[in-house]
Design a protein. Sequence first.
Lengths: 170, 198
Amino acid sequence: MTEKPYSNPYLSGFGLGLVLLAAFVVMGRGLGASGAFADAAAATAATVTPDAARANDYFARYLNAGGSPRLDWLVVELIGVTIGGFVSAFFAGRLRRVIEKGPRISNQSRLTLAVAGGAVMGIGAVLARGCTSGQALTGGALLSVGSWLFIIAAFAAAYVAAPLLRRAWT
Amino acid sequence: MSAPFFEYDLFGDGVSLIVALVIGIAFGWFLERSGMGSARKLAGQFYLTDLTVFKVMFTAILTAMLGVFWLGWLGILDVSRVYVPETWILPQLVGGIVFGTGFAMAGLCPGTSCVSAATGRIDGLAVVIGMFAGVLGTGLLFAQLASFYASTSRGTFTLPNLLNVSEGVVVFAIVAIALAGFKVAERLEARAHAPRPT
């Protein structure tokens, strides 16, 4: 099956906005992604070192009152995201086992950069209490000052870092 | 006024998890449809060759923002019962800077990395693993960060509060800025894809 082109960005952005609006109307909350990673990290800590996880002020908030791992709304939502992404790519013929990168960087360097970039984002998302989903989309639409500060800071930093990373992408 | 439905106890926790799955599937679907599961496409945002990220994100923000504004105005949605992410000035400023740096390195953000991994991209899976490690590591060191994390708290603090104008004025201004931004984005893309002079 040949790959279908991606859909119009304004149209899919409108669809995404309706999904976010549906979350507000049905649940009274927005979307998220990094929060589910925090649940997974807290669950891991609670499994490996239960006492330390319970005593940790950050992990404790992502565990049940007794300190056991919980099935949070955001975890189920993010499982849905992976299913939805897979199904969409399946019907568009876009499922491909590849490493996406620029032509000038090796596979290994790209994967190292991907793990490192993910880890750096993890630090930032903990500090900011959210990521592009929970802060930028959700807080942005609800006009939160902290969320707009996050959007501006994140994009400004990405534009400053981008010239140093040109080799990875172009 | 009967929305948000969950806040008005129209259904319980069990059903809320089914809602989570349905909303997540739709979220992932639109991310993939627009190409946001592709790190190369996302990275184009930072080299001004492909501004899909900006267009998708801001169209989504405008749609949801106007939806909340009008549904609230019509009395259908009790906006006071929708959770607004609270503001912590310094943690969100510094967190945003750190996050944006990682975003440019990874070429994906946390949500889109899951879509990327689900569609077979190995680099997407690597970002998911890195993100998990970053959150776990920061969590383990949280005692050292706790005072910074809790600093400069402003509670629920919105742009209308900050600027001391009505919500309608802020909504109108964001729509106007976004529309101008879309026009600039189209021009930048046209320039990036124009044949180079010989």
